[in-house]
Design a protein around this ligand. Structure first.
Ligand SMILES: *Cc1c(COP(=O)(O)O)cnc(C)c1O
Length: 410
């Protein structure tokens, strides 16, 4: 059966105007209304095509509608979609086995969104601190890094250092200590006998793809091991191939106690997240103490298993590493030509644009008019994170568009 593409009845401009009175204004999207997508490309309502250089903040690491993922989802839609965890389902064992195997850890707690995985890890770390480490009741602390991004719930924004994310949302959850990122001495000073865990991003995505010095993650691993607290690595954005490895911590040969995955784990189809951990840690949860109606549902498990299968081939990690060189070389050539500096690892870059050329937002809008979609992070920084399926030619054309919008105004 062939299905005719569904055509929107209203224009992009009409649809954008229609959102205004009925949709909460918690985002400021670029003025593009996407109606279809395949691979690296999206198409708007009027049929204009754009190269997707954001990939849903890494939720689309395998591109839009990857055939293997779509097939897994279709197959599962025809069998079983939801059971709740009141019953077992026939997809969950394989998902958990394959994810544990992929990450080198033991046990999986399936959830849906990234923020839920972070919340779940906070609960697990606290319970572990009381039951295993022997921290006095309600005294557990978790050390986090400044400029972190771990999600949007009330507890998570309690330890954000971004005033926009926090202001107006108090009172906040206590029990967190914030130290500068990439500063082992400050981290060591903040850890004491109450510390349940250190929670960090191995690369800070929302902060602008901030990559710590070589040795930082090894240092975090050593400090937490010595102090007898958990190392929780939030790889919701950095993980699953983006940096040229399955996990960003692999660049330093480090294995955390607890790993948080999300975004790309759902293959761009469904929200799938997971806490993956050593058995001694996750086994502190017993029936009734934590859960999720949708977490571990068979559709998510089927898609998540198909994502793990793609990663088992190593192809996407290899592409990210190889094309990462093209990205790095292309950006290096733009330094001084509208680019002040950049940080890149694999197919992931934070690019600091000369503020004289434009804000990150303005650059993003100009790139949109050139048929390339990106997103600014803070100020004059834009983030490049294309699907790992991008070709060298597509990547070079995106870099060409960036050069054009930067140099047109110089
Ligand atoms: C996106 C993100 C989250 C939150 O994920 P949601 O699915 O939006 O809740 C948490 N941590 C990091 C590092 C992220 O990039």
């Amino acid at each position: 059966m062939t299905i005719a593409p569904s055509r929107s009845l209203r224009s992009s401009a009409e649809l954008i105007r229609a959102e205004e009175p009925v949709l909460a204004h918690n985002y400021h999207p670029l003025p593009v209304v996407v109606a279809r997508a395949e691979g690296t490309w999206v198409e708007d309502v009027e049929g204009r095509r754009y190269l997707d250089m954001l990939a849903g903040y890494s939720a689309l690491n395998f591109g839009h509608r990857h055939p293997a993922l779509i097939e897994a989802a279709h197959r599962q839609l025809d069998q079983l979609t939801l059971t709740s965890r009141a019953f077992h389902n026939d997809r969950l064992a394989q998902f958990a086995e394959s994810l544990a195997e992929l990450t080198g850890l033991d046990m999986v707690l399936p959830m849906n969104t990234g923020a839920e995985a972070v919340e779940s890890a906070i609960k697990v770390a606290r319970k572990w601190a009381y039951e295993v480490k022997g921290v006095a009741p309600d005294q557990a602390t978790i050390v986090v890094a400044a400029d972190n991004f771990h999600g949007r719930t009330t507890t998570i924004v309690s330890f954000s250092t971004d005033e926009t994310a926090r202001a107006g949302f108090g009172p906040f959850t206590p029990g967190f200590r914030v130290v500068p990122y990439n500063d082992l001495a400050a981290l060591e000073a903040a850890i004491d006998e109450t510390t349940a865990a250190v929670l960090i991003e191995p690369i800070q995505g929302e902060a602008g793809v901030v990559i710590p010095d070589d040795g930082y993650l090894r240092g975090v691993r050593e400090l937490t091991r010595r102090a007898g607290c958990l190392f929780v690595a939030d790889e919701i954005q950095s993980g699953l191939g983006r940096t040229g490895r399955t996990l960003a911590v692999e660049h330093e040969g480090v294995v955390p106690d607890v790993l948080l995955l999300g975004k790309a784990l759902g293959g761009g189809i469904v929200p799938v997240s997971a806490v993956v951990a050593r058995r001694e840690v996750l086994q502190v949860l017993r029936p009734g103490e934590h859960g999720s109606t949708f977490g571990g549902n068979p559709l998510s498990a089927a898609v998540g298993s198909a994502v793990v299968e793609l990663l088992e081939t190593g192809e996407y990690q290899r592409r990210a590493e190889e094309l990462g060189v093209v990205l790095r070389d292309g950006l290096t050539a733009l330094v001084g030509k509208g680019v002040q500096g950049f940080r890149a690892r694999g197919l992931w870059a934070g690019v600091d644009v000369d503020p004289a050329v434009g804000t990150g937002r303005e650059i993003s809008e100009r790139l949109m008019r050139e048929g390339v979609l990106v997103k600014d992070t803070h100020g004059s920084t834009i983030r490049l994170a294309p699907p790992l399926t991008i070709t060298g030619d597509e990547l070079r054309s995106a870099l060409g568009a960036l050069e054009k919008v930067l140099t047109d105004r110089l």
